[in-house]
Design a protein around this ligand. Sequence first.
Ligand SMILES: [Zn+2]
Length: 380
Amino acid sequence: MTTTGYVFHPEYLWHDTGTSAGLLPANPTAGIQPAVHVENPEAKRRVHELIHASGLLGELMVIEPRRATVAELTRVHTDAYVQHIKTQSELRGGGGGGDAGDGFSPVGHGSYDIARLAAGGLIELVTAAVHGDITNGYALVRPPGHHATADQGMGFCLFNNIAVAARHVQAELGLARIAVVDWDAHHGNGTQAIFDDDPSVLTISLHQANCFPPDSGWTHENGTGNGAGYALNVPLPPGSGHAAYLHAMDQVVLPALDRFAPDLILLANGFDAGVFDPLARQMLTAASYRHMTRLLVGAADRLCHGRLIAAHEGGYSPFYTPYCALAFLEELACTTTHVTDPLAAVVAGYAAEPLTPQQQAVIGEAAQLLPRIQTAVPSA
Ligand SMILES: [Zn+2]
């Protein structure tokens, strides 16, 4: 019997990224017209609404988020960075008036408290999983987290929600080995950097090669110091879809998890590798996400009592992200609803694209690094 936890809060939609032109701060004198920021609430609102309207919400255990404390955040982030987000968040210059550090990560008025609620939502979810109240779960949080490093926000991310949760689990809940799988279309650079020299946290990122951040997430980035071998990257060529991602799951992600034998699997769950996403050029469909989720749920069942906890990251197509998210969550909860992907017939041709030699080569390159992960036995 699977119990799936679900974290959501209206405040997640109130994180105000302002009137940027897509992803650029508006700058009329430079000819950059104000518009809606690409990381706005709409896709997330529609995901939540579909979870509700499909009837799936009634089958989930709703977990209330709380705000992460400064002490919890500074297990991962520097004091100065946490203070920086607080200060930026106090600016009253209108939505997205502040910035987390890279010039592309807006901080709205009050975003500090909302970002703490996102990190704290994930903490509550992993806590419920470790206590056995839920088997697995999904935190539909905003702002996202996987690009944020210890001392800098990046790529719309303020606090690294997954890293904060992983450190909380290790410090407070007694689990030792954490695996982070990141299938967001962009490299999980922040999470990788935070755990780079730490063999107790295995990071695996599948992403579009050389997309964001630029020149980041190559296979040779394989962990440093004691963590050598414990960061895996699969930089897939643009245009990669169902066949490539499934092959990467089969050849890299699952065997890496089997070797590492985590006590908990965290998932940086981006839906921006979906075929209609504006911020990447990958070709996954809702069916792809369903299939990948099934594989990951299987690994969690096999290795760590089903403990698979996902945090929402990217996914910027308001009209397609909800179907990918619903397929993911149905699979997590071992159920289906009456809602099916209304674009399934349209995207079936994309999903039929065969594996290319280039995709196979990069996946093979990553798979060659697997022996660097010491084989462990799953703990009882
Ligand atoms: Zn992304």
